[in-house]
Design a protein around this ligand. Structure first.
Ligand SMILES: O=C(O)C(=O)C[C@H](O)[C@H](O)CO
Length: 402
């Protein structure tokens, strides 16, 4: 019988930090998983190295479901981003291996294509409305059919989502950057630039906006109602996601579609949101929600309730999990949209292969498995650099949701 012979964890910072798991079998086949948890990377690397990897040697790599149950139930301690990201890395690497052994791309193992390619959205932003409009123009001319719009709130400074370099990278400082936040200023300004985008470019593309957990349910209801004429594809994370019941109030007041879930890590964290149809799109990801095995379970529950998928795809998802995401996206019946931000240029020196972009869509790799190779020698040129996500403070100095 083929068994797992070796498992290794690599931590490198090619433009930003990625944690990558490599599993090698007794037949010499190799599978990769992503274990990146932005700003808390070494906790997952330790969970893998110190607690999970000693359990893998000698196990059958083909028993993916059994491995998932063994690692999840065997921990006794349930859920949480560190545990679920570590389990996701093992699960993803085993799916990659299964595809390579079968000689098939992973989407074929998930039931085959439901669609040719997946609709993606990218991120337009600006330090003011004029700069945002130029950026939306740029993405539309690159063929994007869906664009997220964010602009800095005047005179406040630390607005979420405003890009400085080529890609938006919030974890950029050696200690957390403390950024000011003013809810009333945001509520007064954000609807004006969303209206300006529609006024200039019309309704022939999907427009999205990320509130990034910063409003109370009532404030979010007011915002959603005010931007209804902009016909957003969604307002994302209108209120902190861990209180599922809070979405009921937002739902009762607005027809603006709601997306949430990027910080949630299990089916139990989205159960009420889905079964009570409090959201339209679930944004859980391969890397933080237990891998393809568990994410498929979440997506299947969502399908029963007419909730569509809209997975997180920020820079902190490595090319390995972006590839896994696109394999699942082409297969599931209730796919909605996939976030696609790209990566810093250095990442391409370390990760080779993966999905391809054309005309607002991503297409999965046709290579066996996930189709991504991790270049260990290249990774050594990019030693780990500790970086933190920012922290938001209200104008009175108290901590707010970032
Ligand atoms: O992509 C998004 O919608 C995000 O909110 C990105 C997050 O801020 C990022 O993944 C945090 O690490």
């Amino acid at each position: 019988m083929t068994t797992i012979e070796r498992a290794e964890v690599f931590v490198a910072s090619p433009g930003r930090t990625f944690v990558t798991l490599k599993i090698t079998t007794s037949d010499g086949a190799v599978g990769y998983g992503d274990a990146t948890l932005n700003g808390r990377e070494l906790a997952v690397a330790s969970y893998l190295r110190d607690h999970l990897l000693p359990l893998l040697a000698g196990k059958d790599p083909a028993r993916i479901e059994d491995m998932w149950q063994y690692l999840y139930k065997g921990a006794y301690w349930r859920r949480g981003p560190v545990t679920m990201t570590a389990i996701a890395a093992v699960d993803t690497a085993l799916w990659d291996l299964k595809g390579k052994v079968a000689g098939l791309p992973v989407y074929q193992l998930l039931g085959g294509r439901s669609r040719d390619g997946v609709l993606v959205y990218s991120h337009a932003s600006g330090r003011d409305t004029a700069e945002l409009l130029d950026d939306v123009d740029r993405f539309l001319s690159l063929g994007y059919k869906a664009v997220r719009a964010q602009a800095a709130v005047p005179d406040v400074g630390g607005t979420y989502g405003v890009r400085k370099g080529k890609v938006y990278e919030p974890a950029a400082t050696t200690l957390p950057d403390e950024q000011p936040w003013d809810t009333e200023a945001y509520l007064g300004f954000a609807p004006t630039y969303l209206e300006a985008v529609r006024e200039k470019f019309g309704f022939g593309f999907h427009l999205l906006h990320d509130v990034h957990h910063r409003l109370t349910p009532l404030e979010a209801a007011r915002f959603g109602k005010q931007v209804e004429p902009c016909r957003l594809f969604w307002m994302e994370d209108p209120t902190p996601a861990e209180n599922q019941e809070a979405f009921r109030l937002i739902r009762q007041h607005t027809t603006t579609p709601i997306a949430t879930g990027e910080v949630l890590t299990s089916i139990w964290d989205v159960q009420t949101l889905i079964t009570e149809q409090l959201i339209d799109y679930v944004r859980t990801t391969v890397v933080h929600a237990g891998g393809l095995t568990h994410l498929r379970r979440i997506f299947d529950l969502a399908a029963l309730y007419g909730v569509r998928t809209g997975s997180h795809g920020a820079t902190d998802l490595s090319p390995v999990s972006m590839s896994a995401a696109v394999h699942l996206d082409v297969a599931v019946p209730n796919f909605g949209i996939q976030e696609y931000m790209g990566h810093p240029d250095e990442a391409a020196e370390v990760f080779h292969g993966g999905p391809t972009y054309a005309e607002g869509m991503l297409f999965p790799s046709e290579e066996p498995g996930l189709g991504v190779v991790y270049d260990e020698a290249a990774a050594e040129r990019f030693p780990y650099q500790q970086r933190y996500l920012p922290v938001a403070r209200r104008l009175d100095g108290s901590v707010h949701d970032w």
